[in-house]
Design a protein around this ligand. Structure first.
Ligand code: C2E
Ligand code: CA
Ligand code: CA
Length: 630
């Protein structure tokens, strides 16, 4: 006799969870589908368990086919529930086993077998059978445990194999615990088969899943009517590359000022009203709220975002009303049609936020479109940022060397150190791409220091003597001067490596040099330590001769653009300027020398050092030594 007393309240609690979950907005993503499957299948398991147990206890009262339908139904849903828990676990780890046939069979095979055996049981007594004494377990009844255990073991295997895919420890722990509860439930079912305890364990599992992963607070905003930015990211990450969608962003103009003006309570109410208006007007689209007065509407390829922004703009002409206030607001718009090839949700998100920011500065109702090209360039920039962070954190900023040739002797006298990093495929990324990004996000300090330290190491290892070099040039971004302890850092590094700072010439670009007493002071103290300075890229931007007087430069590097201009079309100006510099006792380097003729021309007008592809492109250190070693 089965005791069904516990199962009825368990089923009722589950029904409440199902009703609550179904009443809230849901995104079409695998995880939500998985959870929906779990709660619906588990409800059916419990329902069939209660009904079949009761009917089995009183089997004489019912026709045999009815008894079979309930029993077979129970087993089928029980097996299915094992699969749904496994499916949910792999959704959380973002594993897609059904993409290849072998894995499809590993996942589906046992379940298919179990269903066939269950359906045949009324005829062949495989899993269960009935005789005059009522219900009995069949000879293959052990499969009920075996198959559920099989899916549990698969879950544990995936948890272990793909553990790195879930960053949060708390989430990994929750998955482990609910699978442990399933295993415990199965054990209790085995030890106490008369009590329908497994249902209670499953309810506990559902509660753990709900609280850890499906809690509406995780993905809904403003009184649970709109999705939040986390949901947006999850949706895009899952569908990117497979679904063609369009995005319309909306920003409330001067959100913060409006918040100050109307007060946060009124503003929250207005946000709620706007959210309500958007969700009810655009039922076929998803509406997200991205904090600070920014909404996002995501729809399919045919979503007419121009028409929609016009409609919304019209609506914004009316006030947003609540019980005790009327609020007038203005809005700006941003649109993106990402196509099917954008890499990650973060790129779409940051591009959209950037475009909304721009729309906010324009007049009411303005629309900013993020083009495919912009999206791609943001994506490239993000890839460079990743490579940059990786190279810095793993000490993998590489140094290449380019020769500096004395024009008098035609011999190698110095070398410029140039930084290189690599992308994920190991291809070199040009510094003209990553240096400006590093200057923007502050990573230039780390790069500069890594390059400087590696240069010190090379000098310590005898590079200069091996090659007969008198000095080595290292680039120093003017932004590195923002660090107040730069001079100390560089001097102490040179001391640590036992390097004479006079061997190191620091190249500072003229273009971005800041007129700043602070900068001058730092250059001065680096100079006092013995470093000398070259003014890089002279003639590229505007020239400010007064700076030359203020800072202790000893060398001026003519940018390749003026070198090329002069070689193509000689004039009086450059030679006169060079003479003036030499008179002021600066030495001169010409960059971008690509031919013998150019070398001769620049030598004739007084350049002391020559640098360019004519001598060599920048080379990795070992190749440089091979080529120029003595
Ligand atoms: P830069 O300091 O003006 O370096 C010279 C650049 O011109 C190098 O590009 C070099 O490969 C290139 N070049 C040299 N000779 C020729 C030539 O004959 N023809 C042509 N077409 N190009 C030539 P690279 O290595 O790509 O570096 C680009 C810029 O990145 C550098 O310009 C420099 O401003 C910056 N950079 C490189 N490494 C560092 C570093 O460690 N720190 C900082 N702050 N900036 C760096
Ligand atoms: Ca340079
Ligand atoms: Ca230069």
């Amino acid at each position: 006799m089965w005791k069904i007393n516990y199962s009825i309240p368990t089923l009722l609690v589950l029904c409440i969870i199902v009703a609550f979950y179904i009443s809230l907005p849901r995104l079409k993503i695998r995880r939500n589908f998985g959870f929906l499957c779990i709660i619906l299948v588990e409800s059916l398991v419990m329902l069939f368990n209660i009904l079949s147990s009761w009917v089995d206890n009183n089997y004489q009262l019912f026709p045999l086919w009815f008894v079979h339908v309930l029993n077979a139904g129970y087993f089928i849903f029980f097996f299915l529930s094992g699969v749904t828990y496994f499916y949910f676990t792999i959704c959380l780890y973002d594993i897609k086993p059904l993409d290849d046939p072998v894995h499809t069979w590993i996942v589906r095979g046992p379940y298919a077998l179990a269903i066939i055996l269950t359906v045949l049981s009324p005829f062949f007594r495989f899993i269960y059978y009935f005789d005059e004494n009522g219900y009995h377990n069949g000879p293959l009844y052990f499969l009920v445990y075996a198959i559920f255990t099989y899916y549990l073991l698969l879950s544990f295997y995936c948890m272990f194999k793909f553990r790195h895919k879930l960053k949060r420890r708390r989430e990994r722990l929750a998955i482990f615990i609910y699978n442990l509860f399933l295993a415990a439930g199965l054990l209790v079912r085995y030890l106490l088969p008369d009590y329908l305890f497994m249902d209670i364990f499953c309810l506990i599992v559902i509660l753990i899943i709900y609280l850890s992963f499906m809690n509406p607070e995780f993905y809904l905003e403003t009184r649970n009517i709109i999705f939040n930015s986390k949901a947006f990211k999850e949706f895009i990450d899952e569908h990117n590359g497979r679904l063609h969608y369009r995005i319309l962003g909306i920003i409330i103009h001067n959100y913060n000022e409006m918040r100050d003006l109307y007060g946060s309570l009124q503003m929250d109410r207005a946000i709620y009203s706007i959210g309500r208006y958007l969700t009810t007007t655009y039922k076929n689209q998803y509406v997200f709220y991205y904090k600070s007065g920014r909404f996002i509407i995501l729809g399919e390829q045919d979503m007419d975002y121009y028409q929609m922004s016009w409609e919304i703009k019209e609506r914004f002409k009316e006030p947003w009303r609540n019980e005790d206030a009327e609020i007038y607001l203005e809005a700006g718009f941003a649109t993106i049609d990402p196509g099917q090839t954008v890499e990650s949700a973060d790129i779409i998100m940051s591009s959209l936020i950037g475009a909304l920011g721009k729309a906010d500065t324009l007049e009411n109702g303005s629309q900013v479109h993020v083009s495919y090209i912009e999206l791609k360039s943001n994506e490239r920039e993000a890839a460079i940022k990743r490579a940059l962070t990786y190279a810095i954190n793993h000490d993998q900023v590489e140094v290449f060397l380019q020769p500096l040739i004395s024009s008098k002797t035609g011999e190698l006298t110095g070398a410029e150190v140039l930084a290189r990093i690599r992308d994920q495929e190991g291809q070199i990324i040009s510094p003209s791409l990553f240096i400006p990004i590093a200057e923007k996000n502050g990573k230039i300090n780390n790069i500069g220091e890594q390059v400087f330290e590696k240069t010190c190491q090379l000098i310590k290892d005898g590079l200069l003597t091996k090659l007969g070099l008198s000095f080595i040039n290292v680039n120093l971004s003017p932004l590195q001067f923002m660090r107040s302890n730069l001079a100390e850092r560089y001097s102490s590094l040179a001391r640590d490596y036992g390097i004479d700072p006079e061997k190191i010439h620091l190249e500072i670009t003229e273009e971005s040099m800041v007129d700043d007493a602070f900068l001058q002071k730092q250059i001065q103290s680096l100079g006092d330590e013995g470093f000398s300075f070259a003014l890089d890229d002279y003639g590229k931007g505007y020239s400010n001769l007064s700076r030359l007087k203020q800072c202790p430069f000893s060398n001026i590097k003519l940018d390749m653009s003026i070198v090329w201009d002069y070689c193509k079309d000689p004039d009086e100006f450059l030679p006169a300027m060079i003479q003036a510099f030499k008179h002021m006792s600066f030495s001169i380097t010409a960059e971008g020398i690509e031919s013998e003729d150019m070398a001769a021309t620049m030598k004739n007008i007084g350049c002391d050092y020559l640098q360019g592809y004519h001598y060599s492109k920048p080379l990795p250190v070992n190749q440089f030594i091979e080529k120029f070693g003595i």
